[in-house]
Write a protein of this length. Structure first.
Lengths: 262, 466
């Protein structure tokens, strides 16, 4: 039927009602007058509700799913200068700085000058932390240890922004810092995690000195793949002695099993 | 300048025009973050009272900031027209722009005498209805492949973004928008990847789609302008050249933008159009802005975010743009905290842009970490459509699956057109009637009603092609 249509139109018609094969966008969803159908309207409300709740979710290191992780890696927590969720949203500058005394706490509790310091930040979605970090942290530290890297003691920063990496670098003088932090929740998923990476972060550093593996969630970058990409970037930092936009992510095998098979 | 106002026995002093402007602004999280906002509601209104007494000449005598944007603003001022207005106060200008015959005066030449700072000062002593009523009669008509901005026209940008720039996904999304009568302002994709090959592929895909369906409209791939120009050099069809801009030299530097670079880019795109069919005008630029941008890149120089935004329009104005769009709720709660601040900013931006003569549209939107929701965008959409906004966004189901925020949807745009009797661009409307998307000036019963409508639309396009 559609054989003599222009290419771009024929392709679209052939997709027909299988929209989800080509895009997560809400297409061909019908209408009631010019309004949404009731199912669309309520689905949008539900998705927004999940996003809002993810933003204000909390997690405890004494409760599942973080407890096992806390026990295994001896996790502890510290705070940024932001003292409430409200202040955290209004004052990103405060979320970028560690609270008074935290630098000393870190120096007392963590080894300095390690090859890799992993940090967990709640960011804009604590739900992303509880969803992704339990399956990510173990493999990340295990594989890093296999490489012979010295490892810091991981910890959690509450009300954390990416810029807090600078204060952490100043406090612990780690060669490489990886911050696992919840991303701004979207409608499609509120569980997306980012890994920000920096080589010897210091006060004044910006995103130009950082690298990023984003979109870590069940519908995006799988935890296993994220681990490999993080390790590949840290490898590159160590060889090149720097991080940031001048360091391009190394080409990589498609899975960790492929690596271990070599 | 030293100004003071006494309110019920309490005296408020303002050190200079820059401080007075900041204190007089309506509440904005960004001004609080920058530490320049009014310290109390009393101080805010005292500042408004002092500002209302400031003569327009003061804004030229006492620049808030010295940089190349200020230079551009001063150079482009119509001195002859300004001479007629210079002794007016800001309060008197407010009354002038609200007077019933103002649109004719404005069109005749007053718009050339208004600087961004003057417009930004006036906006902050106006109410929401003032901002709507004053903007509505001011029309800025622009032409590229169709005509935007005539009275009664509400354009819509189709924004068919995709998380991995999958061409089939982008095209299907754009088609869905066309079936709602959207896409007359532009079919504009924000690419997920800024690689040149990627931008080239998207430019061709949108161009081919527009060609296949025969729609009189223009496409745009909203990569960095240097990437679009690199794509143009590789033969990609660039209808509109897009760039995000700010109101200070430092902000633009943060975006990797220079005024000369934009001027050269505009020339290159205009030159490329001479070898292609279908262009009816030489408005080829598409700019995006937003309150808080300057502060976010630490480029505000102590100037409040409303004034920085107006100065971005001053930049835009000198490049004769086809579209200018303030992305009003995207930036986050540290700049616009909630629905109240977003709605206010949307009305201010539209008013300021129109008064400066720009083809002003608004991306009415919110992110999930702001205290706003679907009701916020519904409200601002109705207000701005009433104010004569040139165009709004159409995002499928309001959910941008690449940028992860919510804007106005294809449904919303079609709905507010119907509610207020607004039309698409004239050339586009004629095409909508030909293809059966519209019947008798409104969305046809069978259009945009699920997958079957797509087949019907394809058949109609095929029929027209014969």
């Amino acid at each position: 039927m559609s054989a003599d249509l222009p290419d771009s139109l024929r392709g679209a018609v052939e997709v027909g009602s299988d929209v989800s094969n080509v895009t997560p966008a809400r297409l061909l969803i019908g209408r009631a007058g010019t309004a949404y159908r009731t199912s669309t309207q309520l689905q949008l409300r539900a998705d927004h509700a999940f996003a809002k709740d993810a933003l204000n979710a909390t997690f405890s290191l004494d409760e599942s799913p973080m407890k096992d992780l806390a026990d295994r890696f001896d996790l502890f927590e510290v705070e940024s200068e932001a003292t409430s969720r409200e202040e955290y949203l209004a004052r990103p500058d405060k979320g970028r700085r560690l609270a008074d005394g935290v630098a000393e706490t870190l120096r007392e509790n963590c080894p300095s000058g390690v090859d890799l310091q992993v940090v967990i930040g709640d960011g804009l979605s604590p739900l992303a932390v509880t969803s992704q970090v339990p399956s990510l942290l173990g493999p990340l530290l295990d594989h890093a240890a296999t490489r012979g890297w010295s490892l810091g003691r991981p910890f959690v920063v509450r009300n954390c922004r990416v810029g807090a990496m600078n204060d952490i670098g100043e406090a612990l003088d780690a060669q490489n810092v990886v911050l696992l932090i919840g991303e701004r929740p979207g409608l499609a998923t509120a569980e997306s995690l980012s890994a920000y990476l920096a080589h010897r972060p210091r006060t004044g550093d910006t995103d130009a000195q950082r690298n990023l593996v984003s979109n870590i969630h069940s519908g995006g970058v799988a935890a296993e793949d994220a681990v490999w990409r993080i390790l590949g970037l840290v490898d590159a930092f160590m060889i090149q002695g720097r991080s940031g936009f001048t360091v391009k992510e190394p080409a990589r095998p498609t899975s960790l099993s492929e690596v271990s098979g070599r | 300048m030293k100004r003071s106002v006494t309110l019920r026995g309490e005296t408020f002093n303002f050190a200079d025009l820059r401080e007075l402007m900041a204190r007089a602004n309506e509440p904005k999280a960004g001004d609080r973050l920058a530490g320049i906002a009014a310290n109390s509601e009393r101080e805010r209104v005292a500042a408004k009272m002092a500002l209302a007494e400031v003569p327009l000449s003061a804004f030229l005598d006492e620049p808030l900031l010295e940089d190349d944007v200020t230079g551009l603003i001063v150079d482009s001022l119509d001195r002859e027209e300004f001479a007629k207005l210079r002794s007016l106060t800001v309060g008197e200008l407010r009354e002038l722009v609200l007077s019933s015959n103002f649109a004719a005066e404005w069109q005749r030449g007053v718009k050339g005498a208004l600087t961004p700072e003057i417009v930004a000062a006036t906006a902050r002593i106006m109410s929401a209805r003032d901002l709507i009523s004053a903007a509505a009669p001011l029309r800025s008509v622009t032409r590229c492949r169709n005509t935007m901005g005539e009275r009664g026209v509400l354009g819509v940008r189709v924004q068919p973004n995709h998380p991995t720039d999958d061409i089939a996904g982008v095209v299907l999304s754009a088609l869905d928008g066309l079936m709602f009568g959207c896409g007359d302002a532009v079919i504009g994709v924000n690419p997920a990847g800024d690689a040149i090959e990627n931008v080239v592929a998207l430019e061709h895909a949108l161009h081919d789609l527009i060609g296949a369906v025969g729609a009189p409209t223009q496409s745009c791939v909203l990569a960095h302008f240097t990437t679009q120009l690199a794509a143009l050099e590789r033969g990609a069809p660039v209808d509109l050249l897009f760039q995000s801009i700010g109101g200070t030299e430092a902000t633009n530097a943060g975006f990797g933008v220079t005024l000369q670079g934009l001027a050269d880019g505009r020339e290159a795109v205009l030159a490329s159009h001479t070898a292609r069919d279908g262009f009816i005008g030489d408005n080829v630029m598409y700019f995006e802005t937003g309150q808080g941008t300057a502060l976010s890149v630490d480029g505000h120089g102590g100037v409040d975010q409303l004034t920085c935004e107006a100065r971005a329009y001053g930049v835009a104005r000198s490049f004769d743009p086809f579209l200018v769009n303030s992305v009003v709720g995207f930036i986050g709660p540290e700049y616009l905290a909630d629905a109240t601040e977003i709605i206010r900013a949307g009305l201010e931006d539209h008013f300021m842009g129109k008064l400066l003569g720009l083809p002003m549209g608004i991306d009415i939107c919110y992110t999930n970490h702001v205290e706003a929701n679907q009701d916020t965008t519904d409200q601002l959409l109705v207000l701005l459509a009433t104010a004569g906004c040139n165009f709004v966004m159409g995002v499928p189901g309001s959910d941008d699956v690449m940028l992860n925020y919510q804007s106005t949807s294809y449904h919303d745009a079609a709905g507010v057109r119907e509610l207020l009797g607004a039309r698409p661009a004239p050339e586009f409307l004629a095409w909508l009637e030909q293809t059966g998307i519209f019947a008798d000036g409104r969305l046809a019963e069978g259009s945009a009603n699920g997958p079957e409508s797509l087949q019907a639309f394809a058949d109609s396009v095929k029929e027209l092609g014969r």
